[in-house]
Design a protein around this ligand. Structure first.
Ligand code: AMP
Length: 368
């Protein structure tokens, strides 16, 4: 869906877009000028993509970094392969953050099962075992409280390298979204406050209900991360604000972010237009927030036997904007769309967004 919204922004700005994606029915291809249906490491497909495109970007950090490296010999690729290589691997990402002085939750690297006992001496429980690669939306993570649970979690996650991370007593989760242009110019959006349910983003509230001091600090950290990565493109940095007031970097997304979907309706320039601008060597657009906004994800849990929810329950609110991603199969936990409520205040947007969510959930319950 990030690719789809990028394609929509690019096309409305007059660009033609070629999408490479292995899925015949991928949401981005429905809007693209052309779809190359191939795996991300298919060299002939990458050659075709490069032949047809003046510049190349990605919406997905799990594309093999090697494929971007290959493409970068032929065309500008933004963000770079090295940025993807770091951010698609939690161990590398944590090491990057630590070596540049950015504070994260305490963690230990677990390359093999035998290292678990030592890791547990370094990291207090409860702790989260996170697979180093391919995790997203809370997938590839297990809470553990003991060595036995750690061993089981490590095995469950496939015996692959993991990061064991101390559980943080989280007060608030926030994310800072920014764009950094080819010439290094950076524009950041106001931090959004994120509420997760079962590891998946549920609601984003913008601006976040945090102090101006924390807003400033988080924004400066995100900008410094982008600078240290020599970043070009749209990037989101997720943070935890701990109950003890500490500000910890959780992770870096080298792409537009789910928590930035509100920018489509509530900002002078959407995160997707910013990605187009950065890719095409244009300066960043104005990131001003035009209205407080609350974004709510629509997961497949709301669908009943392929039957979409009654959208009039959302759209009867004049301030609600509905976005669906063109996915034909609804599964629990699958992101099918979102809506954004633009109100006079954060409070009024939030209460209207929750009223809509309750109505949609109630309908799904009653038609179970
Ligand atoms: P992640 O995929 O690492 O962003 O984790 C998904 C969600 O799990 C986060 O947004 C948090 O809500 C929760 N989570 C991740 N790491 C921690 C942690 N160290 N302590 C407490 N909650 C966490």
């Amino acid at each position: 869906q990030l690719g789809r919204m990028f394609v929509m922004a690019a096309r409305s700005m007059g660009y033609a877009v070629v999408v490479l994606d292995p899925d015949a029915d991928c949401p981005a291809a429905q809007w693209a000028d052309q779809h190359i249906q191939a795996s991300y490491d298919d060299t002939a497909a990458l050659d075709r993509l490069a032949q047809q495109c003046a510049a190349i970007t990605t919406e997905f950090e799990n594309v093999p970094a090697r494929s971007l490296e290959y493409l970068a010999r032929l065309r500008p690729v933004r963000p770079s392969a090295i940025v993807l290589a770091i951010t698609q691997d939690r161990i590398r990402e944590k090491k990057f953050l630590k070596s540049h002085g950015f504070v994260t939750a305490p963690y230990a690297v677990v390359e093999q099962r035998l290292a678990l006992a030592e890791a547990l001496q370094q990291v207090a429980t409860p702790a989260l075992m996170k697979s180093s690669r391919s995790g997203y939306d809370g997938k590839g993570q297990r809470w553990i409280n003991s060595l036995a649970e750690a061993e089981k979690a490590f095995d469950d996650l496939g015996g692959q390298p993991c990061v064991l991370e101390a559980g943080v007593m989280i007060q608030t989760e926030i994310s800072v979204l920014l764009v950094r242009a080819v010439d290094g110019q950076v524009v950041a959006y106001p931090p959004g406050e994120n509420i997760h349910r079962e590891g998946i983003l549920d609601v984003s509230i913008v601006p976040a209900r945090i102090s101006s001091e924390l807003t400033e600090r988080a924004t400066q950290i995100a900008i410094r991360i982008a600078e240290n990565l020599a970043y070009c493109g749209v990037m989101a940095v997720e943070f935890f604000i701990a109950k003890n007031g500490e500000l910890l970097v959780n992770e870096i997304a080298p792409r537009p972010h789910n928590s930035g979907h509100y920018t489509v309706d509530a900002c002078a320039t959407s995160q997707f237009e910013q990605q187009v601008r950065a890719l095409c060597g244009l300066p960043p657009g104005d990131a001003r927030l035009l209205s407080p906004a609350v974004m709510v994800n629509l997961l497949g849990d709301l669908w009943r036997a392929e039957q979409a929810p009654p959208w009039e329950r959302a759209l009867s609110h004049a301030h609600a904007k509905l976005h669906l991603y063109g996915k034909h199969v609804a599964r629990p936990g699958r992101k099918m769309g979102h809506y954004t409520v633009l109100g006079e205040s954060v409070e009024s947007s939030f209460s209207q967004a929750m009223a809509i969510q309750n109505a949609l959930k109630m309908h799904a319950e009653l038609t179970r």
